[in-house]
Design a protein around this ligand. Sequence first.
Ligand code: KG4
Length: 316
Amino acid sequence: MICLGIEGTAEKTGVGIVDNEGKILAMAGNPLIPEKGGIHPREAAEHHSYWIPKLIKEVINDSGIKLNEIDLISFSRGPGLGPALRTVATASRALALSLNIPIIGVNHCVSHVEIGKLDTGAIDPVTLYVSGGNSQIIAYESGKYRIFGETLDIAIGNCLDHFARECGLSHPGGPIIEKLARKGNYIDLPYSVKGMDFSFSGLFSAAIRGFKAGLSIEDICFSLQETAFSSLVEVCERTLSHTNKTEIMLCGGVAANSRLREMLAIMAQEHYSEFFIPKISLCGDNGAMIAWMGILTSKYFSADTIENTNVIQKYR
Ligand code: KG4
């Protein structure tokens, strides 16, 4: 079976083609970079409607397979921005109808976990999924994927990007903050873990106040990272204890951050757990993860052969 997947929950359009065995035959993507301000849902939708047809052509060319060899269309059903999701769903339906093949809507966050498992060989990890729009700790427990902890307000990537914008730095802010943080020292900023959840809006406001009061931008960046990342690592650690799992995986765009990687690696080592990070092209939003999730979901729903049962076991 060959599946073409379309991603577009936020500002990034992604299309990928994956086969039954998890081989990524092609993937292509294009992010919307706003000239100023944040991502506007309408602009994200317009971006997707412009790029989806072009990216489909690109992956078909790159994969070397013909459009009529595609067996299944998969699309990111959510969570995401309403207008962006509608555009992706409409484009996917149009393609499936024109090819007369089935279509599956899949969960964006679980797709991140599954492509990470495929790429790294992790079997049953506690996953820290951190991006511009999501910050969640996810693990498979008692028959389904469950969110063990999440942000109570803004996502970590959003916190970093918005802080950067307010300070006149360019988008995306995460990599710039990482660079500035290397020259910074610690200053006290509010730390917020509530039970199994965390919150970044108070931290964001305090960082902005510090910047306006003339504190060094390097010190704020360093402390912003240390404080926010510590709360993520703390909840991951709690999830490990609750679930008794021995694998930790990091994914999402913020997984590019070397300090977050370092902090999680230390925690994993202290708990005798293995630490996995998918390759960076598969960490951020991409079409291949949606295609692979489509394959897994289709097998889950038609589990009548030994081969399929094996995949389901891997899927679980
Ligand atoms: O998963 P992703 O590619 O897409 C969206 O969620 O839209 O994540 C993008 C996020 C942005 O917030 C960006 O600032 C952040 O990932 N990011 C980083 C780094 N590289 C990208 N954050 C911290 N450090 C980095 N090196």
